[in-house]
Design a protein around this ligand. Structure first.
Ligand SMILES: [Zn+2]
Length: 245
């Protein structure tokens, strides 16, 4: 399988902190967001992430960065906005295929898995076309002291799209990368007119095509803050799985 030379870059503050057992005062510093988006945008044209104070869901496609706020609408990302967590790459298609029929989310993910030449490298995944149904969420801006993400998502606004054209942007990380990213698939969605979307909770495909970019390299940039340096990062990954799947 040809693998593009591009490296996948993750700007990781500590998604783990948000979700795991970190104390409230640790979440306080770390969720503010330390890395400005102009730094993220210099490392890729495709990816997903969040914003300081968890103010919405980020999706980048073809070099355009969007902030999907808790009203469900997509806005251009101000380059000065900061993020506590984002993963980006220069998307360079290695292989592509059509997804047959109407698959629900678990069947769709299983179909993608069946097409992978190996499950041991990270993939950037782009899926475009018509979806019979997409259910997304966004996260409302949080204020200090930040609650755990598991508590935040209990009140998350949820949006439903029916017979909608759009794009899924996401990644599949191998299980062994648990702790530095979300293992398995993680998708954000944006409508074809780039006006709405969010973090994908459920979907049913209709006529969609998938393109995958296998990444032979992965780099991680950590925040240079006291909040990060002093945080207890011995967090519990199960909590992350629950809120980001
Ligand atoms: Zn997400």
């Amino acid at each position: 399988m040809p693998r593009s030379a591009g490296r996948l870059a993750a700007i990781v503050a500590a998604l783990i902190l948000v979700c795991g057992s970190a104390r409230a005062e640790e979440r306080r510093g770390v969720l503010e967001g330390q890395t400005p988006y102009f730094v993220v945008e210099a490392r890729g044209d495709f990816g997903i992430g969040t914003f300081g104070d968890l103010d919405g869901e980020m999706l980048a496609v073809d070099g355009a960065f969007y902030q999907i706020k808790s009203d469900g609408h997509a806005y251009p990302v101000e380059p000065s906005l900061k993020t506590p967590f984002a993963s980006v790459t220069y998307f360079d298609r290695d292989f592509a295929f059509s997804v047959p029929g109407k698959l629900d989310y678990p069947a769709f993910l299983a179909y993608l898995d069946g097409k992978l030449p190996t499950k041991n490298v990270p993939y950037a995944v782009r899926v475009e076309g018509t979806f019979e149904f997409v259910k997304t969420r966004s996260v409302p801006r949080q204020s200090k002291p930040y609650p755990k993400l598991a508590e935040v998502v209990k009140t998350q606004p949820v949006f439903e799209f029916k017979n909608v054209k759009g794009t899924l942007v996401g990644f599949r990380f191998p299980d062994y990368m648990r702790g530095v990213n979300v293992p398995g698939y993680h998708f954000h969605f944006i409508t074809a007119d780039k006006t709405a979307g969010g973090h994908v909770l459920e979907l049913t495909t209709d006529r969609v095509d998938a393109s995958l970019d296998a990444s032979p390299g992965f780099s991680m940039r950590l925040p240079e803050t006291e909040a990060f340096d002093t945080a207890d990062l011995s967090a519990d990954g199960a909590a992350l799985d629950k809120v980001e799947k």
